[in-house]
Every structure is written in C-alpha cells, then in structure tokens.
Design a protein around this ligand. Structure first.
Ligand SMILES: [Zn+2]
Length: 434
C-alpha cells in the first residue's frame, strides 16, 4: 500500500484540532467524476472548505493520500460518526456523469470499473491496516456513509454503494468487511479503540505531536534526538533545544506542514536538496532590522528524517567541532559561529530552553576521569622531593627526600601518593606515572 502524507493544514477542520478515540471506519466515495486524489488535496487545503476526511484514495493509482492525522476529528459524516469514525473517500471515475442525486451515466464501462476496482482494493488494504492499528473488529467497526445514515450517525448519502451498484461491480459492504478481515490475515481484533496518538504509517508527524502538551512534545523530541545522537555524534540536548526553539514546539507552519523542525532551507552551504520543497515567508534580521523574505525549505516525510538531516548538516566543515562535542555551550557557540542563525541572541535562547527542560539529562553522561588502579609506579626526576608524614604540605616533613628514582604508590589522596616503603607521602605533581 502506497501512503502519501498530504495533511490539509489550511483546512478549517484541520485547524479545529478536534481529537477522537477511533471506534470505527467510514467508507465514502466522492460523488463526482474526479479520479485524482491530488485534485481534492489541492482544493480542500483551504480555510473556507467546511469538510475534511482522513484520506483520499486515488482512482488512477490506488495511492492513499492521508489528509488528516488518523485520530483527528473529521468532518465527513455530517453526524455523530465524526466523533468516532475515521472517514476515507474513494475517488470516482472520470467516465461517469451524474444526472440527478446518485444516478449517473457511463461513457466507458471498462475504464470506470477499473477505477472503482482500484479504489476498492486499496480501501480493503488501508482499512485492514487501520483495524490492526486501532484494534477494531472489521465486522462491526466498518460502515459506509449510507449505512451511517440508516443508523442515524451520518447525513443522507448513498455512497459508496450507489457507485458499485450503478456499475454492476457486485461489491457490497458485507463483502467489503469480509475482504478487510481476510486482508488482516490472522490478526484478531479485540474491539478496543486506542486513545493514543496514532502510530503513523510513515514515521512521526510534527502535525500530530504538535497537539500534545509542551512537556510531552519535549519528551517525544528528546527521545528521537537521543536515538539520532547514537549514530550522528550530535548532542541530543543540542538537537532538542534547536528543534524546540526553531519549530516552537513542533507547532510552526514549517513543522506541521513540512516536518521541518530546524528551519533547514533548500540550499545550505552549497548542498542541494533532492526531496520535497516547502515555500514560506520568514522574518530574518539583517543589521538589526527585521525583513520579510520568501524562502524555500526542505520538506520531510517525518520528523525523524528532519533530525537526521540536521545532524548531517552540523557535521560539515563549517561546523567543525560540533560533531562529537560533549559540551552543550561549546557546541551551540560553534553552531552560532558557523552562521546557523542570524538571531544575535541565539545562544542565550538555546541555553534558556536547555535549562527550562533540563535537556542535559538527554546526553550520555560524560565518563569520570579514570582513577588509576593501585598500586602503580612513578618516576621522580627532582632530587629534592620531600617525604611528608601525610598527604599535604600541612603535614610535617619526615626530614627525608626521595632522591631520583622509581617508586611504588599504594594509596592516593588528592595529588598526594603514599610510598610503598612506608616512608611517607610525596606530592605527585613532581612525579611521572610510568
Ligand atoms: Zn460520503
């Protein structure tokens, strides 16, 4: 199953931020001759559109375009099902023409049927995956829009059965539910909806975590940056602080629209970008003056990719010393010195974020300087090193000198060592470990 994440972040429903506990899935078809899911993605990504579903299935390819986080409250049923059901629209063939209501004429049956078969098969696969993820029983949790109407949880529409019947496909909702169950292949649904943030099919989406509390967001970002630090050598505290500051807790337009947590521009230090592009207006400070600039940014499939790309970027020569650096202050100063940000208070702001959320805890503890195994031997080159009765200059001098030579130290206190001979203590600053 091919799933493309195309969240409709400008849609009024998306911006209403409702959240549901997923109890069921509702199958729709769009009710107009438009096989392209992208056509809907384009026209629905708009604040004036008062409807939104969780996904569109493309009629030409069967590709699923996910348009809302799965546990977002959709506006697809016009009734109570919005509070419980994920809504998925199948696109319809270009070769039909609606005459009135749900009646239509067909100009090319073969084309129309091929399109409907494609969306049906993709819907079976998608619904099977969603039933697995949310622990739903396909026999009871799946409804069509028209079935929802009969149950009083949706408006009076006939989709998608009207399309299947009009084209003589032989498909029914009972058949669809059976096909979904078969596609789940042995996975037993337990019927409990999961109230958690959706496990996304493609990695963590900033748009999803952006609705959590700040401390939960910090925890999520911190965990992902820790994961990254293991291989990248960029301190988790540094990546997390930058992500929080640059993306305003994953809530910036750049984050929710492009999973870009770090303001990574399209072209950076001569590196070109092969991936998707996100265009946005940004405010930059030049010579102390705020200026609006239109800029192109990198767009990532998920925030894991954003973190990895950021770490790769900090590993180039321009930021020499950042990779492998174990000290937060040093690392962020090098980042600022490398010209990462134009904000003159960048370092101060990052330190404040670190302190507020105790981000230092995310980093591997710096190992203690190794304590020498006792006993060990030292070489004394000075001829007049005094032997004292205890570890320090406050202890009386024994009246003896070590003389030059090799000595064995059996105990160490501070920078003083106890001689094996029992003669007393010497200051190790004048001895060299061998
Ligand atoms: Zn519908």
């Amino acid at each position: 199953m091919n799933v493309v994440t195309s969240l409709l972040t400008n849609n009024a429903c998306y911006q209403a931020w409702g959240k549901i506990i997923v109890r069921g899935l509702m199958l729709h078809s769009v009710g107009c001759p438009q096989p392209s899911a992208q056509a809907f993605v384009r026209s629905w990504d708009n604040g004036s559109v008062q409807a939104c579903v969780h996904a569109f299935i493309d009629g030409l390819t069967g590709t699923v375009y996910q348009t809302l986080p799965w546990d977002h409250r959709g506006w697809h049923a016009g009734g109570a099902a919005n509070d419980t059901h994920i809504g998925v629209e199948m696109c319809e063939p270009a070769t039909i023409r609606y005459t009135s209501g749900s009646s239509f004429t067909v100009s090319d049956y073969a084309d129309a049927r091929a399109c409907v078969r494609r969306t049906y098969e993709a819907a079976v696969e998608l619904f099977a995956e969603l039933c697995r993820v949310y622990g739903l029983n396909p026999k009871t949790a799946i409804l069509s829009h028209s079935e929802g109407y009969k149950r009083g949880v949706a408006t009076n529409h006939g989709d998608p059965e009207h399309l299947w019947n009009g084209l003589g496909m032989g498909y029914t909702m009972d058949g669809f539910r059976a096909d979904v169950e078969a596609a789940m292949g042995g996975h037993k649904a337990d019927g409990t909806g999961r109230a958690t943030v959706i496990p996304i099919l493609t990695g963590t989406q900033a748009a999803d975590i952006s609705r959590l509390s700040e401390s939960e967001i910090v925890e999520r970002l911190g965990r992902l940056c820790q994961e990254d630090a293991r291989t990248s050598g960029i301190l988790a505290s540094v990546s997390t602080a930058q992500a929080i500051l640059e993306s305003n807790y994953a809530r910036s337009i750049l984050a929710t629209g492009g999973n870009n947590l770090f303001g990574m521009k399209l072209t950076l230090s001569g590196q070109t970008w092969q991936g998707d592009v996100f265009t946005k207006e940004t405010i930059e400070i030049y010579d102390g003056k705020a200026t609006t600039v239109k800029a192109e940014f990198r767009k990532y499939p998920c925030i894991e990719d954003s973190i990895a790309d950021h770490s790769r970027y900090l590993s180039i020569d321009r930021y020499k010393g950042v990779k492998g650096c174990k000290d937060f202050q040093t690392a962020v100063s090098l980042i600022k010195a490398g010209g990462y940000a134009t904000d003159p208070n960048y370092v101060t702001k990052l330190c404040a974020v670190r302190d507020k959320w105790r981000l230092g805890d995310l980093d591997e503890p710096v190992s203690e300087p190794e304590t020498k195994a006792l006993p060990y031997t030292v070489r004394v080159t000075a001829s007049d090193l005094r032997i004292r009765t205890g570890p320090g200059v406050n202890w009386p001098w024994t009246g003896r000198y070590t003389g030059q030579g090799i000595f064995t130290i059996t105990e160490e206190i501070g920078n003083w060592g106890c001689l094996k001979s029992g003669a007393g203590w010497i200051c190790l600053d004048y001895a060299e470990t061998i």
